[in-house]
Ligand binder design. Structure first.
Ligand code: PNS
Length: 162
């Protein structure tokens, strides 16, 4: 079985991420969306909330599963028999860091990284920009799945109302 992981923080998942999962799922037999547990980074949604949203949005794709990991991604890959990482490349600005990580992951454990070119519709999209725009009342409809949009609006309202 050909397996791959799409790792990230997914705080929250965007339509750009979803596009990458779906395209990876067309090539691999099983794709794991790996949510990094990073206690040092502040987030809008807890890991459990992020996993719940991810599970809702990948429900139509039976070969996409969601899991959390901490520590090195290559250790997770080795423990789960996953030889490949799939990531989206939005622009040249992503390239330097992504290449560094890809080379390090290969050096550490011979885990390959494959890049898919992000759909141009989403090339400017990031979770942090979505959060910022939503926080200041901007419309992010169409940039995140509808279920995420509802939760995002609730969270922004919750934060604003204290
Ligand atoms: O969505 P993000 O926060 O840009 O995702 C970054 C992520 C999770 C892919 C990256 O930070 C990662 O793989 N972290 C796990 C720790 C690790 O393996 N670090 C060494 C990378 S070479």
């Amino acid at each position: 079985m050909r397996k791959a992981v799409c790792p990230g923080s997914f705080d929250p998942v965007t339509n750009g991420h979803l596009d990458v999962f779906v395209r990876a799922a067309e090539i691999f037999d099983e794709v794991t969306v790996g949510v990094l547990i990073n206690k040092t980074k502040s987030s809008m949604f807890t890991v459990d909330e992020r996993i719940e949203m991810l599970r809702e949005v990948v429900k139509p794709y039976p070969n996409v599963v969601v899991d959390a990991f901490h520590g090195l991604l290559v250790d997770y890959c080795n423990d789960h028999g996953i030889p490949a990482i799939v990531k989206g490349l939005r622009a040249v600005s992503d390239f330097d860091y992504e290449l560094q990580m890809a080379q390090m992951n290969y050096r550490l454990a011979k885990v390959e990284t494959l890049f898919v070119s992000t759909n141009p519709l989403y090339s400017y999209l990031s979770s942090s920009l979505v959060k910022e725009v939503a926080t200041y009342g901007g419309d992010v409809t169409g940039l995140v799945p509808d279920t995420v949009l509802d939760r995002l609006q609730d969270r922004v309202k919750q934060k604003r109302d204290g």
